[in-house]
Design a protein around this ligand. Structure first.
Ligand code: UDX
Ligand code: ADP
Length: 469
């Protein structure tokens, strides 16, 4: 395989869309076609209202679309003409059958792979982009070999994506590293170089790491597991802080100053969410179990158990502080996305929290600046049933109306607009029932400032004794 001139990306989601849009933007000499089975999704990518909210994404897409970047449902046509194909389809956790609740559902990867084998009339480099369990490439290779036409070569690479939502474009434009795994054969190494060449349009060569296929697949799971482990570690410490009067921000700052530990991913919170962390750790756990390594499986599983505990602990603290009952109380929830600067709600802590509030018969008054209303109802109906969700949850267009007459405000997502430098908390206080309580699940508020207004303030990883003898 020589120089890559045409790229096809199968799957126009959170990974495939931004990644391949940036490749098109940075490589004007390469034609990039992003395909998806969903006509609605492709229509949105071709409109002025892109299906994904990411800072900076509009400029990148609008700049390249129609020139060397195309969105289409013609999966077969795009496969036919491509030299290199990214497989960026979804790999959700299995809901039933063997490995349910743990293993990744590879049905979409398999069907995309079968499609490539069926359609291709010339040799292709096929690249795993979706996060997949270790050794998925082996299954893809078997499918490709068993179904392809004569004289066609498929070279399989693993090129996991490390972008984080909300910062996807800057992560893609300036990645810490690009990882490309290949079979250590002459053909595999040639394909690896061809993809490295694509990235060399804008990524310095020393940031492109080349490894064997399995190291690349496992590195993606390992990176996410280690990041999530840091959050569960600081969240475990936040429980000790609340019980002792230590301040979790101070502890995180103090330990993060050790260059061996470093300051990032030590922000205590109501629990991590997002499409990757939980899924990937469960994947890793399942892999360890399948390899008959139960101690390893239990070790990683504990990261997820701690995350669930953190959410439950926060709900319990809220109920306790609201005089041991929230039945019929009005709880204003600020934020529904799993983190700021995204409209994505997958595995958002807000979903678990609101389900618990509904179970306690509270009235939830919800505001999020970006999440689509329809998505909120889908997520809440999934966990609580549509009737209970509609009965107990009301959506508001701004934080002020959500907080009106509420017993408590709960900060669930760290949107900048919720900070006390941006919102008028005096106005919020004046409109609430008294005592007016505020629960900061993201450590974004100046508790003392709010206490001066009159709020009763609770912050994860802090208690009112903090700093007192
Ligand atoms: C993550 C990885 O960072 C990324 O490399 C990978 O490609 C996909 O998974 P993402 O899920 O988009 O990215 O967001 P991330 O910024 O990692 O946050 C995940 C969750 O952890 C969010 O709910 C966030 O609020 C939470 N978090 C993050 C904390 O609670 N504390 C922190 O210190 C950092
Ligand atoms: P991710 O966060 O991994 O990008 P998403 O769910 O956002 O996951 O996107 C995956 C996309 O892949 C979806 O838009 C889905 O319609 C698409 N998809 C799944 N299977 C196929 C397939 N066989 N061919 C084309 N597109 C597919």
């Amino acid at each position: 395989m020589g120089v890559v001139k045409k790229i096809c990306c199968i799957g126009a989601g959170y990974v495939g869309g931004p990644t391949c849009a940036v490749i098109a933007h940075q490589c004007p000499d390469i034609k990039v076609t992003i395909v998806d089975l969903s006509q609605a999704r492709i229509n949105a990518w071709n409109s002025n209202n892109l299906p994904i909210y990411e800072p900076g994404l509009d400029e990148i897409v609008f700049g390249a679309r129609g020139k060397n970047l195309f969105f289409s449902t013609d999966v077969e046509g795009a496969i036919l003409e491509a030299d290199l194909i990214f497989v960026s389809v979804n790999t959700p956790t299995k809901k039933s059958g063997m490995g349910a609740g743990m293993a990744a559902d590879l049905a979409y990867v398999e069907s995309a792979t079968r499609k490539i084998a069926e359609v291709a009339k010339s040799s292709k480099i096929v690249v795993e982009k979706s996060t997949v369990p270790c050794r998925t490439a082996e299954s893809m290779r078997t499918i490709l070999d068993a179904n392809s036409h004569d004289h066609i070569r498929f070279d399989l690479l693993s090129n996991p994506e490390f972008l984080a939502e909300g910062t996807a474009i800057s992560d893609l434009l300036n990645p810490d590293r690009v990882l490309i795994g290949a079979l250590q054969t002459p053909e595999g190494l040639k394909a690896q170089q061809a993809l490295a060449e694509v990235y060399s349009h804008w990524v310095p060569r020393d940031r492109v790491i080349t490894t064997n296929l399995w190291s690349s697949e496992l590195s993606k799971l390992a990176a996410n597991a280690l990041l999530a482990q840091r959050i569960s570690s600081i969240n475990a410490l936040s429980a000790i802080c609340e019980a002792t009067g230590a301040d979790v921000d101070e502890v995180a700052y103090a330990v993060g100053k050790d260059t061996r530990i470093g300051p990032k991913f030590l922000k205590a919170s109501v629990g991590f969410g997002g499409s990757c962390f939980q899924k990937d750790i469960l994947n890793l756990t399942y892999l360890a179990e399948s390899l008959n390594l139960p101690e390893v499986a239990a070790y990683w599983h504990q990261v997820v158990i701690m995350n669930e505990y953190q959410k439950k602990r926060f709900v319990k603290r809220i109920i306790t502080k609201l005089f041991n009952t929230i039945t019929n109380k009005k709880i204003a929830v600020f934020g529904f996305a799993f983190k700021k600067d995204t409209g994505d709600t997958r595995e958002s802590a807000a979903i678990t929290l609101i389900k618990d509030f509904i179970d306690e018969h509270a009235h939830v008054r919800l505001y999020d600046p970006k999440v689509e209303e329809s998505q909120i109802w889908i997520d809440l109906s999934d966990v609580s049933g549509a009737d209970a969700a509609k009965k107990h949850v009301t959506l508001f267009p701004d934080p002020y109306s959500a907080a009106e007459d509420a017993d408590a405000v709960v900060i669930v997502t760290e949107w900048d607009e919720f900070r006390d430098t941006k919102l008028d908390y005096q106005r919020i206080y004046d409109s609430m029932k008294k005592p007016a309580c505020i629960f900061d699940g993201r450590l974004i508020l100046d508790a003392n400032k709010l206490r001066k207004i009159g709020f009763k303030v609770d912050v994860i990883g802090k208690n009112e004794l903090a700093g007192k003898a």
